[in-house]
Write a protein that binds this ligand. Structure first.
Ligand code: FAD
Ligand code: SF4
Length: 849
């Protein structure tokens, strides 16, 4: 093609400019456009969203966006460290601060925003900072470090004005620098634009637990300074003072629209260069994108809408007809390690909509879903403390929910969609506006064969990353449907499967999550990999699951050694081996249930569950249970649950073996055994199978000569009958076979994979398993035996250990400031002689404070 290249000048070298250049260059196959980027900052575009990682030791170079090859492209020229100072629309050129002029055929304004500092006296003193660029954070770090050297005897005292997203990021930065941190927010709650009162209250307590002081409803009147012009304190509108050395202003941003204004382009009422849906300004030769653009009367302070605008302009410049698809304020963030997400109609503004709230102050979780008046359609939500469901919920906004809304909020309720059943039009990656159909299409139409390729092709999951689990799920499902082998990596932090990671940890002997992620993965982990690592460590080394770093990795249930129930209370489940219990034991359970007003139920696993315990009651209840000879039933753990047995030979006239004695022996052997998923066993005294043992992970059925062992059964969504592994085993042979089967499964299964699907996927299936367990075909039997012996000899009752350890006991407080005060929001009614919680879908359950 002999077309003469046209020149596009981009003013601003930020995230959106980068996306624009990338999009234009990838589409402009004929090389129609020559690109010049004028960037005021002295470095190539970088990931501003990840700015705070600068304080956790990350090299500023690591923040660079995309592939450096983009800037080596002969069609692209990046002019770093130069500011554009004027636009001549008639002459179609831009003047740079150096006096140089650049002619353009098309001009793109991508100048972003600047950090706004309120007109507070003293805000120009030395020690006041903003939080927008690498230079800002580098200056902050230098200043704090100098103060620390100057005052080695006391901590540096920092304050952040603004309790929004940026303010909390800045507070995190101060903390990383070893400074004390106070967040001062004018509004009555933190992050007032993203979360409601309940979410704000929960967020506040999580942030305060990190030793960050929070002052809401507080207006800053003045920054106080000493003679040398250094910050010494702050004065608030109520007249009170606070001693501080450093003040960071994080009070919002304003569009850098000065060039547009100067050139006579239309500017919005609250700033920002006005653009149409095609992102063109009032001058068709000039577009504006990102935070400087005012589209539909609004300036977006998030990167996703900016990316969408960049794509629109790139498309239009090549003759396309794209228009801005709209955006929403959905965000998922990790602030100071605390998850916060808000999406859709988070503040429940739709007429007649209902709010379903789940709050657990002890686990530090607040979740709210906003649904339509018939409780069927998801409209939005707020998640604080645990935003793991964000990726799955966010795309469902506007869709009918497949289950009761509460099923999507309660941990482990199984309510979340698997991902593969998402409608095509659902937006999976909101940062890059990628739908489920586009991800599926990347596999089926564009031939992508891995998550990395799908990311490259669609850009899904390449910005904040919160949708990655869902992108992976959709990709895997599409690949499987196309008959392509799928990577089984655990999550974005570990490319190893659970089984590979198990091996790696075993070989290297790593004992902490930090060590494991450093050696075998990357990043800081997520809700997928952390519990897996916790489970691997527990399986390999035993020890108390709440000890040290392990305590922070556990799921909510493990965290409290109890199962969280729908109403936010917990269940108490003592172990009753083989279902055998003495009258004294029964009486004590009855007394405890009466004294604490607990609902009691005999379960399918032959235990007695007690429901309705508040967190602070758990140790009191367990003290009495332990004194009566009971121990933890591990109903909360991915571990052995129960060994169900029939009455067997002792009482039953058909019985051929003592099924109760065997069940007790097995239960005492495998209690506390941590595994990829729960484990259930059953023992029947004859082939009549009253214990339904073939529906269990390991089912034992008595024969005249001993025991038949069946493995890989379960009930649940997809019931499976266990398969026969061995016949007529004697007691010792039976136990050895189960030992090896369990350890082999624990080492090689995938995350959350029960024995049934594991066995189905095991190459060679039951025959291979038989060879490993009975014939030692892999030569690992001794190792498997030793691992189980180690488990058996190191077992100790988790609840007893907690009762003897004041530090662990301290977890079990319901109210930060008022232990023993029950949650007033919980209501109960009597039913069949016992109390039950009153729950109404859509009704608001107040967050516990
Ligand atoms: C700490 C922090 C955390 C954030 N977290 C999130 C988040 O979690 N999610 C989210 O969606 N968003 C987040 N944001 C906001 C996000 O970074 C912005 O939305 C995004 O960077 C906007 O991109 P932009 O290119 O429009 O502007 P910018 O990234 O601000 O880039 C504009 C660039 O233009 C340059 N420039 C301005 N005027 C001129 C001129 N006259 N000549 C030459 N160059 C000029 C500026 O120096 C700047 O480098 C965060 C921002 C910060 C600071
Ligand atoms: S399984 Fe056999 S031994 Fe056990 S209760 Fe039933 S009939 Fe009796």
């Amino acid at each position: 093609m002999s077309e003469v290249a046209q020149h596009v000048v981009v003013i601003g070298g930020g995230m959106v400019a980068h996306r624009f250049v990338e999009a234009l260059r990838s589409r402009d196959e004929s090389g129609r456009w020559q690109v010049t980027v004028v960037a005021e900052e002295p470095r190539p575009p970088y990931d501003r969203v990840a700015l705070t990682t600068y304080f956790t030791g990350r090299d500023p170079e690591d923040l660079h966006l995309g592939d450096d090859a983009l800037w080596q492209d002969p069609k692209v020229s990046l002019r770093k460290g130069i500011r554009a100072v004027a636009i001549d629309r008639d002459g179609r050129h831009v003047t740079l601060a150096t006096g140089e002029t650049l002619a353009y055929d098309h001009l793109v304004l991508a100048t972003g925003s600047y950090a706004a500092v309120p007109p507070v006296e003293g805000s120009d003193l030395q020690g006041c900072f903003v939080y927008r660029t690498i230079d800002d954070v580098a200056a902050l770090r230098g200043y704090v470090e100098a103060l620390r050297r100057e005052h080695p005897d006391r901590p540096v005292r920092g304050a952040v004005v603004g309790g929004g997203l940026l303010g909390l990021e800045a507070a995190g930065a101060l903390r990383e620098l070893g400074a004390q941190s106070t967040v001062v927010e004018f509004a009555p709650r933190l992050m007032p634009l993203q979360v409601d009162d309940g979410g704000g209250a929960q967020l506040r307590s999580l942030i305060e637990a990190l030793d960050v002081t929070v002052r809401t409803d507080t207006a800053t009147a003045k920054v106080l300074g000493a003679r040398r012009g250094l910050v010494t304190g702050m004065r608030f509108a109520d007249g009170s003072d606070l001693d501080v050395d450093v003040v960071i202003f994080a009070t919002g941003v304003r569009p850098r629209d000065e060039l547009g204004r100067g050139a006579g382009l239309a500017v919005g009422e609250r700033g920002g260069v006005v653009v149409d849906s095609d992102c063109s300004t009032t001058d068709a030769a000039i577009s504006a994108i990102g935070e400087v653009a005012c589209i539909d009367g609004r300036v977006w302070g998030l990167v996703a809408p900016g990316y969408a605008m960049a794509e629109v302009v790139a498309d239009r410049m090549l003759g396309g007809t794209a228009t801005f698809p709209g955006a929403d304020s959905s965000t998922k963030l990790k602030l100071l390690g605390v998850d916060v997400a808000s999406f859709g109609d988070a503040f429940a503004t739709a007429p007649g909509c209902l709010e379903v709230v789940y709050a657990d102050a002890v686990a530090g979780v607040y979740k709210k879903l906003v649904v339509s008046d018939d409780a069927r359609t998801l409209l939005g939500g707020i998640l604080v403390g645990d935003a793991s469901s964000y990726a799955a919920l966010r795309p469902l906004v506007g869709s009918e929910l497949a289950a009761d809304p509460s099923a999507y909020l309660v941990p482990d309720s199984g309510g979340l969609p698997a991902g593969d059943d998402l409608p095509d039009e659902a937006t999976v990656c909101s940062c890059n506006n990628v739908s489920a159909a586009q991800i599926r299409g990347a596999v089926t139409d564009d031939g992508c064969c891995s998550l990395a390729e799908v990311k490259g092709c669609t850009k899904a999951g390449t910005s904040c990353g919160s949708c990655l689990p869902l992108v992976k799920k959709l990709t895997d499902t599409a690949l499987e449907a196309a008959g392509v082998a799928v990577s089984r990596g655990l999550c974005e932090h570990f490319e190893l499967t659970r089984a590979e990671l198990f091996n790696a940890v075993q070989v290297t002997g790593a004992r902490t999550f930090s060590e494991i992620v450093e050696r075998h993965g990357r990043g800081r982990g997520c809700d997928i990999c952390k519990p897996v690592v916790a489970s691997i460590l527990a399986s390999l080394y035993g020890g108390h699951i709440l000890d040290g770093e392990q305590g922070t990795l556990q799921d909510t249930n493990d965290h409290m050694l109890a199962n969280l129930q729908k109403d936010g209370t917990y269940s108490v489940v003592p172990r009753i081996p083989g279902g055998e219990v003495t009258p004294e034991g029964l009486i004590e359970i009855g007394r405890i249930a009466k004294d604490f007003d607990l609902y009691t139920k005999i379960t399918g696993g032959q235990r007695i569950d007690m429901f309705g315990a508040r967190v602070e009651q758990l140790p009191l209840i367990w003290r009495r249970l332990v004194d009566a000879g009971f121990e933890s039933g591990h109903a909360y753990g991915k571990s052995l649950r129960t060994v169900k047995s029939c009455v067997g030979q002792t009482w039953c006239r058909y019985g051929v073996q003592d099924s109760v004695a065997m069940a007790i022996r097995l239960e005492l052997r495998y209690r506390g055994l941590r595994s990829p998923h729960k484990l259930k066993l059953g023992v029947s005294g004859c082939a009549r199978e009253c214990a339904e043992a073939r529906g269990k992970d390991a089912g034992v059925i008595a024969t005249d000569k001993g025991w038949n062992l069946y493995v890989g059964g379960n009930g649940g969504f997809t019931p499976r009958h266990a398969q026969l592994l061995a016949e007529d085993l004697d007691d010792e042979g039976l136990i050895r076979a189960i030992d090896r089967f369990f350890v082999y499964y624990i080492r090689t299964a995938d995350r959350l994979q029960r024995t049934a699907p594991w066995l189905e996927e095991l190459p060679g299936g039951i025959d291979h398993l038989r060879e490993v367990v009975l014939d030692d075909a892999l030569g690992i039997a001794a190792d498997l035996d030793a691992a189980m012996e180690q488990h058996v000899s190191s077992y100790s009752d988790e609840w007893r250990d907690v009762l003897e350890d004041p530090e662990k006991l301290a977890r079990f407080t319901s109210f930060v400031n008022a232990a023993d005060v029950p949650d007033p929001s919980l209501r109960y009614e009597q039913e069949r002689g016992q109390r039950r919680p009153v729950l109404v879908a859509g009704e608001r359950i107040e967050v516990r404070r």
